[in-house]
Design a protein around this ligand. Structure first.
Ligand code: NDP
Length: 250
């Protein structure tokens, strides 16, 4: 892999969901520093504006998209709007997600289970559906889908989150297979424990200073956006810096 820097006369376009804070914020900021025009989506306008200010200070360009990902028609409209304005998309970072509650499977409220599945899985699928044609129009489309080690560890009490991340990894690998003969590359990422609001919610007793900063994680993820990336259909594990292939032999 190479670093994420691009040197195109026309900037590559990257859509980052969950760009208002945490990992998504820093992935968006680092992609902007590498020359990408950032389409930044999230609900919290204040967080998006802070990102906008930082990127513009560095000479970069953004388009802000206040969007609740439970609005599936809104996701469809986002794809249509990107098509109208740019005619293509070069990078998708499907990063937005939520943890839900940590509790035994039979104590989980139906509403919480449905929220986690709606945002982590259904909205990710809907986003893939909305932007796949645009990514296919890029000379080197790259999709990065945030997963978690929870998809594989399936720790007790993390049921909805683990199931949702296993589902998005399955979607990513399926999509990668379907795109095999195109220039689109699709990978999922395990960022590892990272100093964010979500991690603090999951591990309230933990000292956040013992965890990697989301900027470090963003820098590790950036090469997955690069046009020269060859890997596809894999899980990039940030803590080890390695690609994992969970496919069973045919
Ligand atoms: P944060 O909670 O810090 O940020 C989550 C982001 O998702 C926010 O920008 C939030 O924006 C957005 N989001 C949540 N719900 C919605 C919604 N309904 N509509 C639109 N946007 C939404 O999380 P992290 O940065 O920690 O996590 C980023 C990704 O990394 C997630 O997919 C997570 O599962 C994964 N991950 C994180 C780990 C960690 O240790 N931090 C470990 C493993 C995986 P807003 O609220 O403004 O809408």
């Amino acid at each position: 892999m190479t670093n994420g820097q691009v040197s195109a006369a026309e900037p590559r376009i990257a859509l980052v969901t969950g760009a208002s804070r945490g990992i998504g914020y820093f992935v968006a900021r680092e992609l902007a520093a590498a020359g990408y025009h950032i389409i930044a989506a999230a609900r919290t306008v204040g967080g998006l504006e802070e990102l906008d200010d930082e990127i513009k200070l560095g000479g970069g360009q953004t388009t802000l998209v206040p969007l609740d990902l439970k609005d599936m028609a809104g996701i469809d409209r986002l794809g249509a709007a990107i098509n109208e304005r740019f005619g293509k998309l070069d990078v998708l970072v499907a990063n937005a997600g939520l943890l839900g509650t940590i509790s035994p499977i039979d104590h989980i409220e139906a509403k919480v289970f449905e929220q986690v599945m709606t945002i982590n899985v259904t909205a990710t699928w809907r986003l893939i559906r909305s932007v796949n044609p645009l990514l296919q129009r890029s000379e080197a489309g790259r999709a990065i889908v945030l997963s978690s080690s929870a998809a594989h560890k399936c720790r007790p009490f993390w049921g909805p989150y683990s199931a949702s991340k296993a589902a998005v990894e399955a979607l990513s690998r399926t999509w990668a297979g379907e795109a095999q003969k195109t220039s689109l590359r699709v990978n999922s990422v395990n960022p590892g424990p990272t100093r964010t609001a979500m991690r603090a919610q999951a591990m309230p007793g933990e000292d956040p200073d013992t965890l990697p900063h989301p900027l470090d994680v963003a820098r590790a993820i950036l090469p997955l956006a690069h046009p020269q990336l060859t890997e596809t259909g894999l899980l990039f594990d940030v803590p080890t810096g390695r690609f994992q292939d969970y496919r069973l032999p045919e």
